[in-house]
Design a binder for this molecule. Structure first.
Ligand code: BTN
Length: 326
């Protein structure tokens, strides 16, 4: 009920009487008063005036379960939020929640991670109070080979949300990263649990650098954050709510088509390496060519110097610009 009260107060922007809140939620005045008091303890400023009711003095910077639930207005993506002030890794926690029966669309989010995981066994630095670390649990009913495309769907949704919330252009470095001005602002790690021909669940974890921060020396020329890039405040709850909204839309488009056809044009416009020379770091062989865009199955189409074409599959293959990260 706390998230609903918050959403209602925020949407109205005016005083709402205690009586109206009681009627809406079918509870007593005492229950409303208790919920409002708990919200105040969480940092919300709510004015209570006799004969007028309650009014929320909105504080955009608050980040937590109630704030997220009050802002996420989707059908299933992020409708159920499991929030931690501190957790080892939201991906590891999401696995546990999925094993325990968490529903499709459950969102696991944290303010900080003590053992954040990146791709290829790397660590993901996860300081408190500044970034997004979240994982969504999915229970798709499609063939295994489609699951890897979900990373691309999430990258597409993150770019849309960043563009809206930070007001700047972001790009995708196929398949897992989102970049701004050629520096990484978001990394995505997708994992799944499956049998021979059946997916139990897929978890998509993403870390987005939001607040202005200092990066470790080895990352300084490769990583950035949203506030540094856009020069204005960006609120984590709003950004994550927007990501969930776009992800729901993009995922449903993907399900309808059975592949990425519906997102293809938009995705290819977001591709940072489009028409640029790339170096494909395939464990079997390294080669360079020109990236032309992705196919509806999510492979990267690379044209070689002799005009022949190669399809690069996401997985353990990495793509670099010929002069560096992008
Ligand atoms: C990468 O290497 O680029 C992927 C980084 C993924 C980091 C996110 S943060 C939330 C989720 N929990 C983790 O432990 N990792 C992912």
């Amino acid at each position: 009920m706390k998230a609903e009260i918050l959403a209602l107060l925020r949407e109205s922007g005016a005083y709402i009487s205690g009586q109206e809140l009681c009627e809406r939620f079918g509870v007593t005045r005492t229950a409303v008063w208790k919920a409002v008091n708990q919200l105040k303890k969480e940092g919300y400023v709510i004015e209570a005036v006799q004969n007028r009711g309650y009014k929320l003095i909105d504080r955009e910077g608050i980040y937590g379960k109630n704030e997220l639930e009050s802002r996420i207005r989707t059908k299933w993506a992020g409708r159920s939020v499991i929030f931690f002030r501190s957790i080892g890794s939201t991906n590891v926690q999401a696995r546990k929640e999925a094993e325990a029966g968490a529903v499709h669309g459950t969102l696991v989010a944290a303010d900080m991670q003590t053992a954040g995981r990146g791709r290829r066994g790397r660590d993901w630095a996860s300081p408190e109070g500044t970034n997004l670390y979240f994982t969504i649990i999915l229970r798709p009913d499609f063939q295994l080979e489609k699951a890897s495309m979900l990373t691309l769907v999430m990258a597409h949704s993150v770019v849309r949300a960043i563009q809206e919330e930070a007001g700047i252009r972001a790009y995708i470095k196929w398949p897992n990263d989102v970049v701004i001005n050629k520096k990484k602002v978001c990394g995505i790690l997708t994992e799944m649990s499956m049998e021979v021909d059946h997916i139990h669940y897929v978890i998509i974890g993403a870390g987005v650098n939001v607040g202005e921060q200092e990066f470790a020396p080895q990352l300084r020329d490769k990583a950035t954050d949203l506030v540094k890039e856009c020069g204005r405040p960006v609120y984590r709850s709003e950004l994550l709510a927007r990501i969930m909204e776009y992800f729901e839309e993009d995922y449903e488009c993907f399900l309808r088509d059975g592949d990425l056809s519906g997102l293809l044009d938009s995705y290819n416009r977001m591709l940072v390496n489009r028409d640029a020379q790339v170096c494909v770091l395939d464990p079997l062989e390294e080669y360079t060519g020109t990236a032309k865009g992705i196919t509806r199955k999510g492979e990267l189409l690379v044209v070689m110097e002799d005009g022949s074409e190669r399809l690069v599959y996401a997985g353990e293959v990495s793509v670099r610009g010929i002069y560096g990260y992008v």
